[in-house]
Design a protein around this ligand. Sequence first.
Ligand SMILES: NC(=O)c1ccc[n+]([C@@H]2O[C@H](COP(=O)([O-])OP(=O)(O)OC[C@H]3O[C@@H](n4cnc5c(N)ncnc54)[C@H](OP(=O)(O)O)[C@@H]3O)[C@@H](O)[C@H]2O)c1
Length: 314
Amino acid sequence: MIKYWKDYKWSNVFAMIHNLKLDPKICTDNFSGHMVVITGATSGIGYATARKYASCGADLLFINRNENKTKELVEELSREFNTNSSYIIANFSRLSEVHQAAEQLRCNERNIDVLIHNAGVYLTKRILTVDNNEEVFQTNYLSTFILNYYLKEKLRNQKSGRILFVNSEAYRFAAFGIAMDDLTWSKHKYSGIKSYGAAKMAQLLSMIEFNEYFQGSNISINAMHPGNVRTNSGQSNGWLYKIFKKKVIDRGAIPLSISADALYYLGVSADLDNVSGKFFNLTTEEELTPPALDRDEAEKLWMISLELGGLNGR
Ligand SMILES: NC(=O)c1ccc[n+]([C@@H]2O[C@H](COP(=O)([O-])OP(=O)(O)OC[C@H]3O[C@@H](n4cnc5c(N)ncnc54)[C@H](OP(=O)(O)O)[C@@H]3O)[C@@H](O)[C@H]2O)c1
């Protein structure tokens, strides 16, 4: 995996550091009559983004795991913005539920104008799901892959649409790419940063393939870093991590509204017409690191994901 080193550029790192300080571009367009799907809208970035789209007139459909929190959200948006919203309940730690949600969404008669893959976790300890995948990989990556895979034809048949990945600059921690032969971390030493970086890297590699699939259509697929924001992320980790998060990570946090504004701009602004396969630091386009641009690895991961996601033959 040392193969990437010669392609790394310091200018790429400096650009990222510079971009982290920039405010997002703002879109003030109304989005009435449009349908927006958000995963993980019950807290943090997803919640703030749901409120942003609702305040601009969009109809919303959530894919969340917690029904009570979701009902409260639907009521809140209806009360405050008169929003028309609905939901599907699915825990991404269970692939059977992801398949059901994907099928339900595929059969929904409405077009999807914006699909925001936001649900995600950060874990400091390795956990295996009932499907025998590593939890961070399954929740942050494999579930988004399955949803996109089910929806790709529906989307392609639409006049237009945008897919957005709430990714992270932490994808850079997978500096040597992904260990495709050890996606469950049974052979390599596990750490939160490494597993999270690998899952976000996997999402970016899938973007290469989906972007190719959507060529010639008006469907775009882009990824973004939402900034460092104070959310519920990491709350299931141990006390040491929680202290570190509170005292160090959260100290530099930006307001949640900034992430939501960025996700609104990327989903709605005409500036993004015909822009696909790109990564944005909030709303600033940024060059990806070499392993995130590796087409051979993207193809390999696609085949593995079909297998792990139970999608072969579908
Ligand atoms: N916070 C940051 O600084 C930051 C930086 C870069 C990227 N991100 C990314 O931003 C996204 C949102 O994270 P956040 O910071 O807003 O964290 P958060 O407050 O913990 O929100 C995560 C959302 O994902 C949902 N979720 C978690 N596990 C799930 C599962 N197994 N099945 C279905 N839904 C699940 C949560 O549902 P519940 O409400 O039921 O828990 C919640 O709605 C993630 O993809 C994260 O990687 C965050």
